[in-house]
Design a protein around this ligand. Sequence first.
Ligand SMILES: O=c1ccn([C@H]2C[C@H](O)[C@@H](COP(=O)(O)OP(=O)(O)OP(=O)(O)O)O2)c(=O)[nH]1
Ligand SMILES: [Mg+2]
Length: 145
Amino acid sequence: MCFNLKVKLINEDALLPFQANPGDAGFDLFAIEEKLIRPGEAELISTGIKLELPQGTEAQVRPRSGLALKHSVTILNSPGTIDEGYRGEIKVILINHGKEDFKIEKQMRIAQMVIAPIAKVNITQVEELSNSERGFGGFGSSGVK
Ligand SMILES: O=c1ccn([C@H]2C[C@H](O)[C@@H](COP(=O)(O)OP(=O)(O)OP(=O)(O)O)O2)c(=O)[nH]1
Ligand SMILES: [Mg+2]
């Protein structure tokens, strides 16, 4: 599967999404602003990019594990959903779960974006659903080990 993604830079500090290694699933997204995120607080961070996603795809904005592990900084609405038809600026809602202030710097890599195909879905209302092996079991019903 290969998609062509159109990216518009709308700020002089904006950078194209960055694939650290060939074949990586995620393209890193960069901040275009400095911002302090206080412990327990969330901030909306601008990336300075707009996308034209290929038809039938979405972009998922996911946390970077390094920021999460080292600084307890992650994405509040993870994964953020970028709709195919969205033409606004891509923004990232970061939350600081740590005990110290976290400073976002310009051109810091703050998140990663994965492009994924989406199924076309038609919804039908029904009175009955078919039986299945799982049935109503959920929320730990299959045990821990
Ligand atoms: O992390 C995110 C999540 C969303 N968006 C943009 C793209 C997306 O297509 C749009 C709407 O996002 P979403 O559907 O998650 O938000 P909503 O609260 O349902 O708003 P809306 O009523 O505009 O759909 O906002 C971002 O830039 N970053
Ligand atoms: Mg929505």
